[in-house]
Design a protein around this ligand. Structure first.
Ligand SMILES: Cc1cc2nc3c(=O)[nH]c(=O)nc-3n(C[C@H](O)[C@H](O)[C@H](O)COP(=O)(O)O)c2cc1C
Length: 183
């Protein structure tokens, strides 16, 4: 049976490379995963003042994450760090205190950037946050996709055969890791 995976993309940009990477990778995972993209664009900015009565987009985010057995994060890098929209979503889903939606759910992390370091620093920050939230992360392979104009073909698939093979290996490794943890 396919594992239920919540896919969290740390960019709300319409033509986001990270969204494209997420779609390409979920396709490579095939029917072994049941992937659901969660909406982070409609979340308000986090404030403890709003916690007593969680806004509806927050309740939906928490429900979507809680319904999943595992997580798949895709993050851009902004100014050598984690994008604010992604941190905002993580902060919301971690609340209220003691009722985090994340605890114990295994996660894989990847990122795409037009910059040459391909989100390495943002991903490291993300891994630190997830460790605190009791979310174990798949260590290898690390996926720092340096995007160029021809990285994706017209169908949204990875154009370069070697890059596609590498990403297939990542998807396979993630599913194999979930087999060990969840079966
Ligand atoms: C405010 C801002 C800061 C950025 N800082 C970085 C950075 O530190 N490292 C990097 O590789 N790319 C950086 N970029 C470029 C992003 O990688 C690029 O905009 C990328 O396409 C964003 O991801 P998305 O396509 O999924 O929205 C930055 C872009 C913006 C708008």
């Amino acid at each position: 049976m396919a594992y239920k995976v919540a896919v969290i993309v740390g960019s709300i940009r319409v033509d986001s490379w990270n969204k494209k990477l997420a779609h390409a990778l979920t396709r490579l995972a095939g029917d072994r995963l049941e992937c659901r993209f969660v909406d982070i664009a409609t979340l308000p900015l986090f404030s403890e003042d709003l916690e007593a009565q969680m806004p509806e987009p927050v309740s939906r985010l928490k429900r979507d994450i809680e319904a999943a057995q595992a997580l798949w994060f895709f993050t851009p890098e902004y100014n050598r760090g984690l994008p604010g929209v992604l941190k905002n979503a993580i902060d919301w889903a971690s609340r209220p205190y003691g009722k985090s939606s994340f605890a114990g759910k295994p996660a894989a992390v990847a990122g795409a950037s037009i910059g040459t370091i391909g989100t390495a620093i943002a991903q490291q920050q993300l891994r630190n946050v997830l460790a605190y939230l009791d979310v174990p992360t798949l260590g290898q392979p690390e996926v720092f996709l340096h995007v160029k104009d021809d990285t994706f073909n017209a169908d949204g698939d990875i154009a370069n055969a070697r890059t596609k093979q590498f990403l297939q290996g990542f998807a396979d490794r993630y599913v194999g890791w979930l087999d060990k943890l969840l079966k």
